[in-house]
Write a protein that binds this ligand. Structure first.
Ligand code: BGC
Length: 540
């Protein structure tokens, strides 16, 4: 049997408009990405996740789709996506794309037809009401007052959980499901390896006519659909919900999502960072269910949205907000943080690297967002989530080497001031330094891919005698022990597990020498990390 590619993978998340502009029009594009796939492969990543590149009015960074089967002109055309997929295949990179079918753009032909005529076959693609109710809260409460908007042409209110320009699709309508199938088979045929299912929780609820328990059939249906066509296809679900419900989304028989974006662990990772203590992260890992076989969690530090802290208790949430977003301007939608990791950690490379080491120690599939490998900053002058959406910083050339257009005509301004300005933080400069964050992160990724135990083995957090040290073991044929010091002071921890005494370093933030002592004593510098593996037996 062929190994399941996603079990031992590192995914690189790309915003097509911000990665690389190949034609000098000021906007990133598909060719630009294709030209830089070697860079991503060089880091050691084995897959990319492309954010939306479809036709769209771009009022929500392309999550407002007006045609799911067309490439937006600003990114290129279908031949460009084919070229990207071919190059990715040649390099051994899998490609995951977005499946955004909770809603469409109001400019989508379906919505235009639907609003025009009550008898149109497209009318029932969407959700209408004569009287709005306020039973459901809008997802962006500081931007929208209600999930219902009156449409003059339609003579009814339509529902939109997100922005008013994103009308919700009615997923109980079999014709809508058929449209989703057409979209999936189209992109599968072109060669994608998976879909990130946007807003999956809302979709399931909608598919159940408002009742979550009745809506899981939608995920099963999608799973079945892709399995029939390409069994290794991944469904990566955006599932921000209570961890007790995770199993429902995986399905007992692993017949729903393949990878579940783990907001529970993500939020507790930030609580652990804020406290400089491992306990919240260990608690989160140990209290969430083990995924069924063939499925696993997907883990990340920051994504393209606000860092929403809904999975924490109120006092915990306030702790994280106070630590990492002391100014109101650093927060968004009354619930989250609109900053990148590096500024949250004051640009301290040791601490950023330790946080990366933490991410790559976790059981599941890690995702790293473009620019994290070099510690890119944010631009709080930009509104809402746009703060964390600035062009990739390739070099110290004009526009950070992202585009050759006049700076005023860029799709988004590059960061050109302060400690995260592109002349200080860029790929080129970090390529030249063997101890740069990029070099260290690349080493972690490549080492992580070599430690197969982590993707497929059993895992258990390990108790150590310093609360600032996170320690976890992964067991398969061999054993890996991974330690990260979350505090800014040196420490030495004792490893008491009998079967962890015979370990050697495979990666560390510095040379700690041979592990010694009985029981084993392991020294860690301030924000230090050490990954160890059991000594390989040559015979037997
Ligand atoms: C995406 C957001 C987007 C929203 C609406 C989310 O889950 O991550 O960036 O605004 O879906 O499509």
């Amino acid at each position: 049997m062929r190994p399941l590619w996603y079990r031992n993978a590192v995914i690189y998340q790309i915003d097509p408009s911000l990665f690389r502009d190949s034609n000098g029009d000021g906007c990133g594009d598909l060719r630009g990405i294709t030209e830089r796939l070697d860079y991503i492969r060089g880091l050691g990543c084995t897959a990319i996740w492309l954010m939306p590149f479809y036709q769209s009015p771009f009022e929500d960074a392309g999550y407002d789709i007006s045609d799911h089967l067309q490439v937006a002109e600003r990114f290129g055309d279908l031949a460009d996506i084919v070229a990207l997929l071919e190059k990715a295949e040649e390099l051994g990179l899998h490609v995951i794309i977005e499946l955004v079918v909770q809603h469409t753009s109001s400019e989508h032909r379906w919505f235009q037809e639907a609003r025009r005529d009550r008898d149109s076959p497209y009318r029932d693609y969407y959700i209408w009401a004569d009287e709005p109710d306020d039973a459901i809260e809008p997802i962006f409460p500081t931007v929208e007052d209600s999930v219902w908007t009156w449409d003059e042409q339609a003579g009814q209110y339509y529902r939109h959980l997100f922005y008013k320009h994103e009308p919700d699709l009615d997923l109980t309508n079999p014709r809508v499901i058929h449209e989703i199938e057409r979209i999936m088979s189209f992109w599968l045929r072109l060669g994608v390896s998976g879909f990130r299912i946007d807003a999956a929780v809302h979709m399931v609820r909608q598919a159940g006519g408002g009742d979550l328990r009745q809506g899981y059939w939608l995920l099963e249906h999608m799973r079945d659909f892709v399995t029939m066509r390409r069994p290794e296809t991944v469904l990566l679900g955006e599932i921000d919900t209570d961890p007790e419900k995770y199993i429902e989304y995986f399905g007992d028989e692993a017949d729903r999502v393949t990878l579940l974006l783990d907001f529970w662990v993500n939020n507790h990772l930030f609580l652990a960072l804020a406290r400089q203590q491992a306990e919240p992260l260990c608690r989160a890992l140990n209290s969430q269910p083990l995924p069924p076989s063939h499925s696993q969690y997907a883990l990340w530090i920051r994504n393209h949205d606000e860092l929403s802290l809904d999975r924490l208790e109120e006092d915990e949430r306030n702790e994280v907000l106070d630590t990492f977003a002391p100014d109101q301007n650093m927060r968004a939608y009354n619930r989250g943080i609109r900053r990148r990791l590096a500024p949250m950690l004051d640009g301290d490379e040791r601490r950023i690297a330790a946080t990366h080491a933490l991410l790559f120690s976790l059981p599941g599939t890690p995702i790293i967002r473009y620019g994290e490998e070099i510690g890119m900053g944010d631009d709080l002058e930009r509104p809402e989530r746009l703060a964390v959406r600035t062009p990739m910083q390739w070099s110290n050339e004009p526009n950070a080497g992202f585009s050759c257009i006049d700076a005023q005509r860029l799709i988004a301004p590059v960061i050109d001031e302060g400690p995260f300005a592109f002349d200080r933080v860029n790929v080129f400069a970090q390529t030249l330094r063997s101890d740069s964050l990029m070099a260290r992160t690349g080493n972690m990724i490549r080492t992580r891919i070599g430690l197969r135990e982590i993707g497929i083995g059993k895992r258990r957090t390990v108790e150590v005698d310093d609360p600032s040290v996170f320690a976890i073991r992964h067991d398969n044929d061999s054993t890996v022990l991974m330690l990260v010091n979350l505090a800014d002071r040196e420490t030495t921890v004792t490893i008491t597990d009998d079967d962890l005494q015979d370990m050697v370093d495979v990666l560390a933030d510095c040379d700690y020498g041979q592990p010694e002592g009985t029981p084993l004593q392991l020294r860690l510098g301030p924000y230090g990390y050490r990954w160890l593996r059991r000594k390989q037996q040559l015979f037997g």
